[in-house]
Write a protein that binds this ligand. Structure first.
Ligand SMILES: Cc1cc2nc3c(=O)[nH]c(=O)nc-3n(C[C@H](O)[C@H](O)[C@H](O)COP(=O)(O)OP(=O)(O)OC[C@H]3O[C@@H](n4cnc5c(N)ncnc54)[C@H](O)[C@@H]3O)c2cc1C
Length: 414
């Protein structure tokens, strides 16, 4: 662990993405004195590195969420920051341009005096321990150093790449860049002139990849089990407040809550603007849609990928073609039991798991201890927007009181 790493801290935040930044600004707004008792860990050693990389790699021009969704506690802070940059707010709801958003976040980091606060290391292990008769967590870094923390917030982001079964059974006969999951694709480094690319999946990532590939000289076939459809946001805005969350929180059956989350997100969707752009490219013969089609097998041949569909008339289009690249925009899956950071927690503080997600307390506590989760892991409590920017705000509203109010803290002595 870096030399800057404290041996003991009050609050350890693991991860320095937008969710962690949201938590820290909301925390400091409530209790400034926590600044010097706080440590933030991320191998990047800086804020928002993963966010920036994923937007650059997919060549994303602007966010899907509106300008009031961001890590600062003041919802209007981004609009003010953009006063002289109105061309960087995109219709229909002032969606911030990628550069504007990143520069705004840099401003947030500066204003909250957080620039040099990220300790450049990966946390590899967390376990509950005791120190002089009090409850603590022992955090271990990739370099083998340790840090004792009274409270821990995990804001480590996305789950694991989701690979369809037919991909799992493929022999490794193809060149590495012939088959990639979207998490590992970087359009800036892809040579695609006159390449035939098959993109699997119907979410926004598939749309960004298709547009980026065409821009670089490829022709694209987009295949999905369902029909491609346009939706402004990935979950209805009613999920940002009491309209839907009231009923969600009243539901005490965790399986039903998990089903509500799945149905609200309804798999992947494109935005109407991206769908329009793709349809224009389809008219120019650069993009082809193959819908209601389930891939059964793929085989790497001298002339590229040969793909067979299990279902759907439209599958015939696939088997008659060859593809140079097979890109999986098949999302990520979340199974908290596979999170290596939490391996030790199961022995001392097991929690129920529903649909791969942990059942946390209303304050997003793991079991009866001072370990808090953020992001997609909190979907059973925060709802379908848990993994989004606004989910970070909703999670902070649950966690911050537990970190700042003595009446909500758990007993520290063992
Ligand atoms: C392409 C794309 C576009 C998106 N666009 C939007 C949008 O417009 N609006 C919206 O609301 N949401 C959007 N999202 C969803 C979501 O907001 C982002 O995925 C966001 O990055 C999630 O923030 P996060 O802080 O949870 O995770 P991340 O941004 O992934 O940050 C997590 C950080 O944790 C660090 N980390 C991980 N493990 C460890 C460890 N063991 N130790 C220390 N550090 C660790 C990582 O290095 C990383 O920096 C988008 C997602 C994607 C993939």
């Amino acid at each position: 662990m870096s030399d800057r790493c404290p041996k003991a801290v009050d609050v350890a935040v693991v991860g320095a993405g937008p969710q962690a930044l949201t938590l820290v600004t909301h925390l400091l707004q409530k209790k400034k004195s926590l600044r010097d008792r706080l440590a933030i860990f991320d191998p990047a050693g800086t804020w928002m590195q993963h966010w920036k990389e994923q937007f650059a790699a997919l060549d994303i021009p602007h966010l899907r969420s509106p300008a009031v969704h961001h890590p600062d506690p003041d919802p209007y802070a981004l609009r003010r920051f953009a006063t002289s940059r109105s061309t960087e707010l995109f219709p229909p709801y002032d969606l911030p341009g990628t550069r504007l958003f990143e520069e705004f976040c840099e401003d947030v980091v500066r204003r909250w005096e957080l620039s040099d606060r990220v300790i450049p290391t990966r946390i590899t292990h967390i376990e509950p321990t005791k120190y002089r008769g009090t409850r603590r967590f022992r955090l271990e870094s990739a370099e083998g150093s340790t840090c004792l923390a009274r409270r821990v917030v995990l804001a480590t982001g996305e789950g694991l790449p989701n690979f369809p079964d037919w991909v799992k059974s493929l022999p490794p006969l193809h060149p590495p860049d012939a088959l990639q999951h979207s998490n590992h694709i970087d359009l800036r480094r892809s040579h695609l002139q006159q390449r035939r690319v098959l993109i699997v999946g119907s979410g926004l990532t598939s749309g960004h990849l298709a547009i980026g590939a065409v821009k670089r000289g490829a022709t694209v076939t987009m295949v999905a089990r369902r029909e491609f459809y346009g939706k402004l946001f990935d979950a209805d805005p009613g999920w940002l407040g009491p309209k839907y969350l009231k009923g969600f929180h009243a539901e005490r059956d965790w399986d039903k809550r998990a089903a509500m989350v799945r149905s609200a997100r309804n798999g992947g969707s494109l935005t109407p603007a991206i769908l329009l752009k793709l349809r224009q490219l389809a008219r120019q013969g650069k993009v082809e849609f193959v819908e209601n089609c389930q891939i059964a097998t793929a085989a790497w041949t001298n002339s590229g990928w040969r793909v067979e569909a299990a279902l759907g008339e439209s599958g015939k289009t696939l088997s008659s073609q060859r593809f140079d690249r097979l890109w999986l925009a098949t999302g990520t899956h979340f199974d908290i039991r596979q999170n290596p950071l939490l391996a030790a927690m199961w022995e001392t503080h097991p929690v129920p798991v529903v649909g791969g997600l942990p059942v946390l307390s209303d304050r997003l506590r793991w079991g009866n201890c001072e370990l808090f989760l953020m992001g997609a892991w909190t979907a059973l409590q925060v709802g379908p927007v848990a993994r989004n920017l606004y989910g970070g705000k909703l999670a902070s509203e649950c966690i911050v009181p537990a970190l700042t109010k003595a009446s909500l803290a758990l007993p520290v002595s063992v």
